[in-house]
Each structure stands twice: as C-alpha cells, then as structure tokens.
Design a binder for this molecule. Structure first.
Ligand SMILES: Cc1ncc(C[n+]2csc(CCOP(=O)(O)OP(=O)(O)O)c2C)c(N)n1
Ligand SMILES: [Mg+2]
Length: 804
C-alpha cells in the first residue's frame, strides 16, 4: 500500500481508516521483529542485535511525507521507516541479523555490516546510476554516533545546487531541487561535535534538511541530564531558530506517541523544507526503548522502576492502539487479530531467513564431507574420523567450522601423496577464492566506471607553450574543467572570493558564480560530509581542505564513511568525491604537511594521490573527472610558484592512477619517492653522479593504487639496491612502500644490500629553515644514505664517508 499522504487533500473516512490500520500493522510488525530478533541473538543464532523498538510511530509519520527522490541519512533505529517505505522486509531484517552473504537476500551489505544498518541501491548492476528521482533513497548507515550528519548536509545541499544551477544531465538526480534530505539521530548522539557543526552549516547554507531526533532520554545508560543543556535538545537549540529576518532552523517539538500530531508536524516540516529550502529540526520526545539498547546488556541495570513503568505505559505502539480504540476507528478484537497475524508472519519470515542463510552452508559442508570421506578411506592410518565426527556434531555450522576442519586435515596429510589430498587442496583453494570475493571485493570501484578504463592522453606542448607558475596551470585547468563539466563544484575555506590561499582558483568564482566555486566556514568535517552527500547525488564535488594537517578534523568521516561506503554497500553506492589539499614541506608542528600514513592506515577504499608538480596534479584531476573514484589529492605546497610548461590540452590530458614514472635512469641504486621529496631526490641524484653513483629515480605518483605498472620491481631487478625517501614519520608511508615492494612484489629476491627508508625524525617538524633541515630529509641526507647503501655493497670502491 502506498504510504505517502498529503494532509492538504480530503480523504474519505474509509481511506483514512485503512491508512491508520495499515500503519498499526507496520508498527506491530516492526515491534514483533525486534522482539524475536533479540531472542535470536540471545539463543546464539546471531552475534549482535540492535532494533527499532520504541521508535516506531514517528517513523510512520516521516514515511508519509518522504517522497520519491528524497534521501534518508539515519541510524540503526530506523527499521520501521525502512519497512514503511517498502525498502526492508522482515525476512531481510533477519538475513541481516544472521549476516547472510547473498546480496539478494541481505540487500544492505551482503552481510558485511551489522544488522540494522540500512541503505537502498543507488547504482545498477553495471555501476551506472539508477534514476534516483523515482526511488525512495537511503544513504548507507554507519555505526559511529552522529556520523550520519556530515553526509546529510551534502544530500540537502545537492537539492539547493540543482535548483540554483542549470545542470544539464540532472534528470536522474533531481527535480528542480524539490528533494528533502531526512536525517535521524538519537537524543544522546546530539552531544557529538559533528551534530552541532553540521547544524550550524545547514543553518547558514539554508538547505532542505529535516532532522528527527528520536529522544528516549537515554544514550545507552547515560541520561539527558548528563548529555544536554537544559536536558532538552530543542530548548538547547533555541538560538538556532530562524526568525523573520535571520537564517537558521524551524524547530518543532512533538511527543513520539501522539499519532495525529506527529502526522501534522511532519507534513508541516516537509512543506517548509521542500518548498522554501529551510532546514527543520523535529525533536520527538517521550520515546521509549522497550527491550533495552541492544543485545549487549539489559536496561533494568540503569533505569529505575518508575522509569520502566513509565516506559511501559507510554510505549508508542500501545498509545496508538488506545487512540484507535478511543476514536472508534477499530476495535480491540480487530487490533488483536492484526497482532496475531503479525506475530505469525514474523515467525515465518524469521524461519525462512534462517533456512535461506543455512542452506548454502550445509551444501558446502556436504561437499566437504564427501572430500573427507574419500580421505578417510584412503588414509585410514590417520584416524580422520574424529574430524568427521566433530563436524557432524555441529548441527548449524559456520563456514569457519568447515574450513578450519579442512585446513587441519590438510596439515596432517600434506606430506603424503594421493589423488584425494589433491582434491582437498583444490577444494580449500577454491573455497578461499570464493570467500575472498564475498568478504574482500568492492573496496574500490570494480565497475567499468573505474579509473582503469580512463585512457591515457599525453599533455601536448608546442612552440608557443609557456613556462608559468605551477598554480597558473592548476587554475587554468580548473577553469577548463568548470566549463567542461556543468556539475563540477569546488568549495572550501577561502576557495571562493580569493580563489584559495594559493590562488589555484583565482578569478573562478567571479567567472562561474558562488555556487560553483564557494567559500565555506572553518568546518572540515562538514566540508568532507558535504562532498560525500553531493557526490552521492550526481554532483562532482572537489572539497578543499586548506592544509593536509587539518585533514585530521575530517579524517574520521573520510575513514568511517567515504572509505567504507562502496565496500559496506557491496558496491551499491559510490561517492566519487575528490578532496583537494596541499602538503609536504610545510614548516612547523601543525604545518608538517606529511601525515601520509595517517591517511594510508585509515583511508583504504580511497585513492591517495601525491603528484610531484602541478602538471601532474592537473592531469590527475582530469583523470578523476573521467571516472567514478573517490580520491585525496595532495598538492605540493612549495610547487605553486615553481615554473612549469603549460600543456595545450588542459582538462583533457590524463595522468593515470597507479602509474609510476622513471625520472632518472641509472644502474646502481633505485630511489623511490613522491611529492616534494621527489624534487630533493632529483637534485641528490645529480650530486650522486659526482660520487660515481647512477640512480634510477622513480616517482610513484600515487600511494593508492600503488605502482600498477611495476616500475619499482623492474628497477630493483636492475640495481638490486633500494632507498625509499619521504618526509612522513619513520615506519610511515615509507614502510607501506617497502611492504608493497618487498612482500607483494617479491622485491626481497633482488636485493644485494639492506633496503633503507629515509624519513623525517620521529617528531613533528620544528619551525623555520633549520627546523626543517634538521627534522626532514635533506638533499645531503639523501646523498649520504644512498652512498651508505653503495658502501655496504662495495666498500672498496665506495669507502664509508664518515669512517674513511
Ligand atoms: C562515536 C561513537 N561513540 C560511541 C558509540 C557507542 N554507542 C552506540 S549507540 C550509543 C548511544 C546512542 O544513544 P542515542 O543517540 O540516544 O540513540 P538510541 O540508541 O538511544 O536511539 C553509544 C554510546 C558509537 N557507536 N559511536
Ligand atoms: Mg537515546
């Protein structure tokens, strides 16, 4: 049954009654699923459960004004809403609980996420975008409290941009910006900094966002009195309220069990946000948590008897039932009938979900048992029966039980030779391969929209090519890109009026307007979140973080949200957000420019690009805009004023990702670097010539992906000696590079001397020229370190510098 209503339209009593009873059925169904779900966890069938009980009714009200083309960015309590918009069945809820790996059965993440983390598909099976204006969309939930907020800003801002800009190919993403971004958040999670930061940003930007705060007075065991000023988030937020001559929010407050008022409030909120693009907060009070926070722990430990009694009486489902009867919409008997039907349906759905989950695993077990039986009869002296019995005793095995059994058996037998052992080996290998696909695929874009399908276009130079400051190349390239892609927007601190602090966007706001090239307040997490939300809606954002050291403010959301997005949705969503930042060779403790490993260890799932100059940087932007890939691009801060030849085919030529470049060629030693230290290494190579050392110097250009063209290993085969230079901490990005070369590419086989990494000191860099010289690798350091490797290899011809 279509759930949307429009209160402005008259309906008959019969239709009204049908809708009310349908709503009652949904909240009862959802509650039953929560109750039974909890029991499934407690009986050991699932690992962890968190459910939507006690928050059912307001979600019904929200679902009624949530239109096709709208977006949700919410959290784990929203199962009723997802059911009401027909994007979650009870069976699917249970499939999520059991972590079913089949995307058709568990469409949220193919079992990768804990249950109750919801989303809807934005992409077709071939990676192309669905027509999102025809769908009720949910961006993908994450567990970290309030982390749904940053992306919510972008989802809402996209409506604004689609209304303000005349973007040509927008029919899949917007109908003149009439879409609302609906946020949901728990009362306690509003204590997070992200909540306030985003609220401020949305109030400033005036975007169509409606945030529902599900207030049950608790955040696990901690009460509102310890969470929130005045114990009420709507009171605390009174300063955020819009007045007739100011920006800000509309703030509504409504009781979570009050059906007619909920419906009215949501209708009002929807009208305001959709038409006028004014953000709205709905503080939904007096909600409860009937079965406690989650399956870890019980709420009887921290709620008083009085509170528990109050929660029982004010349960929104119970109140709805009373309201239906009091208003003679239906009878207790009929409602009881609905309840019985729902109970039965939920039980059935649960059983079906369990059978669907278990069946393929039992099939695997039976397959393995056949392999094992053959081994038992062939190798009877090994008493393998115990492995057989162990497995047979497990009625409902995991895949782990089966594979672990098989690997133990192989460890006993591998020294023997038989056809049966070969079968076992193959079976294990095949099984591991399939599971690798199930658990480890889709971290990066595997569709044809990925970077591998971008073609190489060389930069073109001719006699008229001029040498200009690097920043001019970037600026002119951005200029070309902005005119080529009408859905490209660039924003950040100081990006607009002054054209960024290094003038790489000089004059572009003037040329393209303040919605294409915009200034944002100092709020890095919001800037990143805005980018994620925009990218999810078909806009191509370049979000600028002024200096790489300040990326830390946005790193959590990049790591928890963007980096995991494609993986956690099993490839059903993608946000091709480009983060533009600058670093390397800055000076000072908070201006190090070097925390590369902070990114490498947290941002797997995002490409990390470290161009040595602005021609390369521009080429990388060009590549990124020709595909759907999220990336962080670190420009070299000290490269903006260095002269480079400007290519003629700006916006068109490409620097492909994962393609290392040989900068200098020599047979003695391989030096690998990137970014600003690459330039130092170039100079060091020249000095090394004076010491009779010829270097292969390789610019790896991108840390993720890494050296897809295998230049590093090819060079190592020739020189047999390796030095890695960067200015991250010891054990940082240089160790990542070392692991890639020595382990993944088998580089250890070709080494004739100990490989070295040359990095900064263990501390952040001290300030000033000398601070830099004594904190980070210098040309001398590179020369001496390279020489040291040569000296270890051939001490006669290269006696030690310091001891000779
Ligand atoms: C950043 C972060 N800190 C802590 C947690 C652990 N945690 C999960 S839910 C929760 C309480 C949330 O309470 P509230 O926002 O009121 O939502 P409710 O569960 O009550 O609906 C906490 C502390 C988390 N998931 N993320
Ligand atoms: Mg709460």
């Amino acid at each position: 049954m279509e759930n949307n209503i429009d209160l402005n339209q008259e309906i008959s009593f019969d239709t009204f009654k049908k809708q009310v009873l349908n709503d009652y059925r949904t909240i009862v169904l959802s509650r039953e699923a929560s109750l039974l779900g909890r029991r499934e966890v407690l009986s050991g069938k699932a690992k962890f459960g968190i459910f939507g009980d006690g928050k059912e009714l307001p979600q019904i009200a929200m679902s009624k004004v949530f239109m096709k083309g709208d977006y949700r960015s919410g959290y784990y309590r929203d199962q009723t809403f997802m059911m009401a918009i027909d994007e979650l069945s009870v069976k699917q809820l249970f499939s999520g609980l059991y972590a079913n790996n089949d995307i058709k059965e568990e469409p949220m993440s193919a079992g990768r996420q804990m249950g109750a983390h919801f989303n809807t598909p934005f992409l077709n099976d071939d990676g192309s975008w669905k027509n999102l204006t025809e769908l009720k969309n949910s961006s993908s939930d994450i567990s970290c409290t309030a982390s749904q907020m940053p992306r919510l800003l972008g989802l809402a801002q996209a409506s604004k941009l689609y209304r303000k800009l005349n973007i040509e190919k927008s029919e899949k993403f917007s109908n003149n910006g009439n879409e609302i971004a609906w946020g949901t958040i728990g009362n306690a999670s509003t204590s997070e900094g992200l909540f306030f930061e985003i609220l401020n940003a949305a109030g400033v930007q005036q975007v169509p966002m409606v945030i529902s705060i599900w207030d049950d007075n608790y955040g696990i065991s901690v009460e509102n009195k310890d969470q929130t000023i005045k114990e009420s988030i709507s009171d605390a937020l009174s300063g955020f309220k819009k007045t007739s001559n100011s920006n800000g929010f509309e703030v509504f407050s409504v009781r979570g069990w009050d059906y007619p008022n909920l419906i009215n409030t949501y209708q009002k909120a929807s009208d305001i946000a959709r038409e006028k693009h004014i953000p709205v907060i709905i503080h939904v009070k007096e909600l409860t948590q009937p079965i406690g926070h989650s399956t870890s722990g019980s709420h009887e430990r921290y709620k008083s008897k009085e509170r528990l009694e109050w929660e029982r009486k004010n349960d929104c489902n119970l109140k709805m039932k009373q309201w239906i009867v009091d208003n003679q919409i239906s009878t207790l008997d009929y409602l009881q009938e609905i309840e019985n039907e729902c109970k039965e349906f939920v039980k059935q759905s649960k059983n079906e979900a369990w059978e669907t989950y278990l069946k393929p695993i039992l099939k695997i077990r039976d397959e393995y048992i056949r392999v094992l039986e053959a081994l038992i009869s062939k190798h009877s002296d090994y008493s393998l029966e115990k492995f057989y019995n162990q497995l047979q005793r497990i009625k409902e095995p995991n895949k782990k039980d089966i594979l672990s059994n098989a690997r133990k058996v192989l460890r006993l037998l591998f020294k023997e030779k038989s056809k049966e052992i070969e079968v076992l080996k193959n079976w294990i290998n095949e099984f591991l391969k399939t599971q690798n696909e199930i658990y480890s695929s889709k971290l990066y874009n595997e569709y044809k929209t990925n970077h591998h399908n971008v073609t190489k276009v060389e930069p073109i130079y001719d006699d008229t090519s001029k040498k200009v400051d690097g920043r001019i190349i970037l600026r002119n390239n951005f200029d070309h890109l902005l005119s080529k892609y009408d859905n490209l927007v660039i924003f950040g601190e100081d990006s607009g009026k002054i054209g960024d602090v290094n003038q790489g966007l000089e004059g572009l706001q003037e040329k393209y307007g303040e919605y294409r090239v915009s200034d944002k307040g100092i709020r890095e997490a919001s800037i990143i979140g805005e980018g994620i939300g925009l990218a999810l809606r078909g806009i191509r954002p370049i979000a600028e973080i002024q200096y790489i050291d300040y990326l830390l403010y946005g790193l959590q959301i990049l790591s928890d949200d963007l980096a995991t997005l494609h993986y956690r949705t099993f490839g059903r969503q993608i946000a091709p957000l480009i983060i533009r930042t600058r670093g390397h060779r800055l000076e000072g403790i908070w201006h190090s420019g070097s925390p590369m490993n902070a990114m490498l260890s947290t941002l797997r799932g995002i490409n990390i690009l470290v161009p040595r100059n602005m021609v390369q940087a521009a080429g990388m932007y060009n590549t990124l805009l020709k595909c759907d890939e999220p990336a962080v691009l670190v420009e070299s801060l000290n490269g903006y004023r260095l002269k480079e030849s400007e290519p003629k085919n700006l916006s068109d030529y490409t620097v492909l990702l994962g393609q290392s470049e040989l900068i200098k060629s020599g047979n003695d030693i391989t030096i690998i670097s990137y970014g600003s230290t690459l330039r130092l290494a170039e100079k060091a190579c020249e000095e090394l010539l004076n010491l009779n050392i010829k270097c292969d110097l390789i610019d790896i250009q991108t840390l993720i992906p890494f050296d897809l063209n295998n230049l590093t290993i090819e060079s190592l085969k020739k020189t047999n000696k390796l030095l890695i230079v960067d200015e991250d901490l010891p054990g940082g990005a240089s160790s990542y590079i070392l692991q890639k070369i020595l382990q993944e590419k088998n580089g250890f086989e070709y080494l004739d001397a100990k490989p070295l990494t040359l990095t900064s000191k263990n501390h952040r860099p001290a300030y000033g020229t000398d601070g830099d010289y004594f904190s980070k690798p210098s040309i001398e350091d590179i020369v001496e370190e390279s020489y040291k490797i040569m000296s270890e290899y051939d001490p006669v011809n290269y006696p030690e510098i310091f001891n000779s």
